[in-house]
Design a protein around this ligand. Structure first.
Ligand code: PLP
Length: 405
């Protein structure tokens, strides 16, 4: 057994109906609205769903599919789907319109800018969310202020500044950085926080962000059908605050009802608040500096809207050490002959890394059995970012940082 093992639990929490997040926030109609908005953004294209046949055969699976978000809007991560939609819905609300009446062109027009006046968007981020908020603010001709947790990557900071934001790295962990930007925004008469996590009285914007993310699950499911699969039997999705995981889970639960895929929520073990909450059957936080190479997953306090969806519908919760994602990055970057390579970043590769370990390492035969992964399984993973820090990516993939053994 490796010294730093993968931990997991099945969902044994008492039945809960998923609350409003599942019933209305992530309904099929809301998912479609988000998709319709995304299609109005210039340059919008569905990201590829990569079919890894050789890897599937090697691991004893029927199919292995990876949604490659490294190609999302030149921003190299899925986060843009949430931030752009939340900002658009916020502006629509200020204009007294429904989002379905407002396309991207009108959103960024001089008339809209004149009507809404000056806004400064605030966000805390490991990199991807903040870059997406800065991008959206820039398109609207508005300002953004972005704070990053201690230990954040300089390359990711420069990417955010490159979108025109005022941005810096703080000496706080992610959750404290969220509280800090909230305070900054409260002191600014034009300040609006665009955060993917909730706190009492702040649920609307995180809900919109989740709706934006749910579009990615819908895209993948549609692409899977075009590739001849009925549906995925297993979905693996990673979680930081869990907004993404809740959105993906919400999509599959609403679309397939009780006939949906087996879903596994994967976290970085340094910040596994959802896994621990599942064990405790209540939301628990993880504190400290949350240091992991999976910067996007380094969040110690889960989004409550998402938690409601996950505790009611997710099947498994996994706490994965860094070597699991490093393995996933290498497996995708150096594929078996005949499969296409995928550039997957530290927070993007953990789902595929987990599947590759569970299906090839006898130490995890018990987990494989519990998940029911076999020759009939069609696995869907989300590679949620590309090499958002190219140097760090090379040190893992080329130089072998963080080996599996
Ligand atoms: C690349 C990447 N993947 C996954 C996540 C996790 O998303 P969430 O915080 O909504 O759980 C993040 C969050 O920043 C991310 O940047």
């Amino acid at each position: 057994m490796k010294k730093n093992a993968i931990r997991w639990t099945a969902n044994t929490m008492p039945h809960f109906d998923g609350g409003s997040a599942l019933a209305s926030l992530l309904s099929a109609q809301e998912v479609e609205k988000a998709r319709a908005f995304h299609r109005t953004i210039p340059g919008y294209l569905a990201t590829p769903l990569v079919k890894l046949d050789k890897l599937a055969a090697f691991l004893g699976l029927k199919g292995f599919y990876v949604k490659d978000e490294s190609q999302r809007f030149n921003l190299k991560a899925f986060k843009m789907l949430g931030a752009s939609y939340a900002v658009a819905r916020y502006i629509a609300q200020r204009l007294g319109k429904d989002i379905s009446e407002l396309g991207f062109e009108e959103l960024v027009s001089a008339e809209t800018r004149a009507k809404v006046g000056e806004i400064t968007f605030y966000a805390a981020t490991d990199g991807n969310h903040g870059r997406a908020v800065a991008w959206a603010a820039g398109r609207l001709g508005q300002k953004s202020v972005i704070c990053m947790p201690v230990g954040s990557s300089q390359a990711r900071l420069e990417n955010i500044r490159g979108e025109g934001a005022e941005a810096w790295i703080t000496d706080m962990n992610y959750d404290d950085a969220v509280r800090y930007v909230k305070e900054l925004a409260e002191r600014d008469p034009n300040g609006v926080v665009v955060q993917d996590t909730t706190w009492p009285g702040y649920e609307e914007i995180p809900g919109w962000i989740m709706q934006g993310y749910s579009a990615m699950a819908a895209e993948a499911d549609e692409q899977l059908k075009l590739l001849g699969e009925d549906k995925p039997t297993h979905v693996f999705v990673q979680a930081g605050v869990g907004a993404l995981a809740g959105a993906v889970q919400g999509y599959f639960s609403n679309f397939y009802a009780s006939d949906g895929p087996v879903t596994t929520i994967v976290e970085a073990s340094a910040a596994d608040c959802i896994y621990r909450s599942a064990l405790a059957n209540q939301l628990v936080a993880v504190g400290g500096d949350l240091q992991t190479m999976m910067a996007g997953l380094a969040c110690g306090e889960a989004c409550s809207l998402s938690w409601d969806v996950l505790r009611s519908r997710a099947d498994f919760f996994v706490s994965a050490p860094d070597w699991v994602t490093a393995r996933g990055m290498r497996v995708m970057a150096a594929p078996l002959r005949g499969d296409a390579p995928i550039i997957s970043g530290e927070s993007g590769a953990v789902g595929a890394g987990l599947v590759s370990v569970v299906c090839s390492d006898r130490d995890y035969a018990g987990l494989r059995k519990a998940l029911g992964l076999n020759e009939h399984s069609v696995v869907l993973c989300f590679s949620t970012e590309g090499n958002t820090d190219p140097e760090a990516w090379r040190s893992i993939v080329w130089d072998g940082l963080c080996p599996s053994y």
